[in-house]
Design a protein around this ligand. Sequence first.
Ligand code: ATP
Length: 254
Amino acid sequence: MSLLEFENVTLKFGGLTAVNDLSFEVEEGEVFAIVGPNGAGKSTVFNLISRFYDPYAGRIRFDGHDLLQVKPSGVAAYGVARTFQNIELFDHATVLDNLLVGRHRHRRTSLLSELFFTPSVKKQELQNRHVVEEIIDFLDLQPYRDKMIAGLPYGVRKVVEVARALATEPKLLLLDEPASGLSVEETTDMRWWIDDIRRQMGITVLMVEHDMGLVSGVSDRVLAMADGAKLALGTPAEVQSDPAVIEAYLGRAA
Ligand SMILES: Nc1ncnc2c1ncn2[C@@H]1O[C@H](COP(=O)(O)OP(=O)(O)OP(=O)(O)O)[C@@H](O)[C@H]1O
């Protein structure tokens, strides 16, 4: 069984078909990239997984569950975490506090017990701290741990966003353009972080990315989309040499 399954999914915005009869599967433990020209429907795929939109037709399954039965607020509890194209963090909180917010889905205590800071609440707090500190170490964020997000360089904020998503201990990490706005050196670092997340943490990664260097360097498989539909699916080398993909890219460039 695949971790994520799209089966003949279609989504329309009025007269525009943003996702058109799309089927693909993401296997547990792989890095899977979605590429395509602007407007191809990549972000809409992420928004479907996050349950921001209901598809017009088709099925989406995650980890054996019918994802379409899950409310948007429940998706994280199933083990899906995401980053956004435009970083979404609390600017006036520290890196540590942003990551602790990411632990919210693991709250096992009641509001009343939290009010009185019972032993179970204390235990939960310690566990949250432990997980968050490990992620801070893992992503080399120690120098920024107690700094406000607002004052951090853009490249560091991108890594903090990945850290916040990891703090939820997801099975599937959705990365929306992880390299956008990064320098060449920062993109290389991001590549190694993604590799480590998959290899050392065992987390499946699904990313939307325009940087083909990053995509080829880290992905096991790539789905190329155009006009909401699948153009090609295969290894990075297979997809890059696919005539339909070359045509779609060159056509748009022209
Ligand atoms: N909320 C919306 N309402 C109406 N149309 C939308 C909406 N969201 C996306 N679209 C349209 O759906 C199509 C697919 O958009 P989408 O953002 O998924 O593309 P994309 O591949 O992520 O593009 P980019 O690389 O520019 O981010 C586009 O034509 C877009 O204008």
